[in-house]
Write a protein that binds this ligand. Structure first.
Ligand code: G6P
Length: 367
């Protein structure tokens, strides 16, 4: 097993460090002359124009990746998108028909709830598309079309490289569909595609700075409760960062949309509840910072996650972790990496079984 871990203490750390390579594999061969193409499938303009609605259905970390996919698809494809938890989707008589594209995201391709939701959508006439990491998995076999992540095997229960590559796959899918439909401004496609290609190198830079995250983990390791806050994409990252911490370190963490804190949760903030504030989106930066001031005024210890070069945030937070400068729209792919490392080191500091957390399984094949 030591050999399989390739010199790393845990599979999770190995898989976090495999991300730059995994990004390359997800991107390879899919971008040609600023156009996206997939060898797995092709859609016509008529097919894409026929979709009046898109569903993204998944569980756990894969569900969190779908939350990032929704605003992307809505912005560039101009089709309403709903993101649903697979175990909820089936039981609520979803409005799915022949004019629906239903996307199912699953690392393993075997999650029972996701598979059942796929069958439900198919029986209602939807076009189904799986995004998965496992070739030949049940979900890939049953969906009409499959987009593979090519991230390589993921062993640790807590998903890392599958999450980031699910995001990359959705950027690519979104650009592809919008190019086919004719709703993607070419300049915007070029901008996102070149940002995506910078991700392996920029992720490497974060990994080279891993000690900063170990140090931050020591700041939070004794907390009983902790909050992650952010707006828009930063909120989606907050949700995934919080899940990572809960899964492996057993620290109770909650993610909150920063603007929603004042409607109740602010009552829980004391000097004993550290807050991780994600402030990467320029569009919402000032608003997020004023929410950070609100938690600071309640004596919370605040760790900010900001874009390199942001010195403004230093005036408000106790500590800041940086990611390299990158286009806001693809920043989620980098933003999660420090939070994966934070969760990893917090779990190690607390003596937890990182790769096999209690009560959890890598793939859940019961409903
Ligand atoms: C389990 C794993 C999670 C994973 C979820 C969905 O709960 O512990 O890490 O996100 O299943 O798995 P899938 O293979 O469908 O992405």
């Amino acid at each position: 097993e030591a050999a399989e871990k390739g010199g790393f203490d845990h599979f999770m750390l190995k898989e976090i460090f495999e991300q730059p390579e995994a990004f390359k594999k997800t991107l390879t061969g899919r971008i040609q002359n600023d156009k996206v193409k997939f060898s797995e499938f092709e859609f016509t303009k008529e097919q894409v124009q026929n979709w009046k609605k898109i569903f993204i259905v998944a569980c756990g970390t894969a569900y969190h990746s779908g939350l990032v996919g929704k605003p992307l698809l809505e912005e560039f494809l101009r089709i309403p998108v709903e993101v649903d938890i697979a175990s909820e989707f089936r039981y609520r008589d979803p409005l799915v028909d022949e004019e629906t594209l239903a996307i199912f995201i699953s690392q393993s391709g075997e999650t029972a709830d996701t598979l059942a939701a796929l069958r439900e959508a198919k029986s209602r006439g939807a076009v189904t598309l799986a995004i998965t990491n496992v070739v030949g998995s049940s979900i890939s076999r049953e969906a009409h079309h499959t987009l593979y992540l090519w991230a390589g095997p993921e062993i640790a229960v807590a998903s890392t490289k599958a999450y980031t590559t699910m995001l990359i796959a959705q950027y690519l899918l979104c650009i592809y569909l919008a190019q086919v439909k004719g709703t993607m401004p070419q300049g915007k496609a070029e901008e996102i595609l070149s940002a995506l290609q910078l991700l392996p190198k920029k992720c490497q830079e974060i990994l080279a700075n891993k000690d900063a995250f170990l140090e931050a983990a020591r700041n939070i390791k004794d907390a009983q409760n902790l909050f992650f806050i952010g707006r828009s994409y930063d909120y989606h990252i907050a949700l995934e960062g919080s899940l990572k911490l809960k899964e492996i370190s057993y620290i109770h963490a909650e993610a909150y949309a920063a603007g929603e804190l004042k409607h109740g949760t602010l009552a829980l903030i004391t000097e004993e509840t550290p807050v991780i504030a994600i402030a990467l989106q320029q569009k919402t930066y000032d608003k997020t910072l004023s929410n950070v001031k609100e938690v600071k005024a309640r004596d919370a210890f605040v760790i900010g996650l900001a874009m390199e070069g942001d010195t403004e945030i230093l005036k408000t937070v106790d500590k800041v972790l940086y990611i390299p400068k990158i286009d806001d729209i693809v920043s989620p792919v980098l933003a999660i990496v420090p939070l994966q490392l934070l969760a990893y080191y917090a779990a190690c500091e607390r003596g937890c079984n990182v790769d096999q957390p209690r009560n959890l399984a890598k793939s859940v094949t019961v409903e």
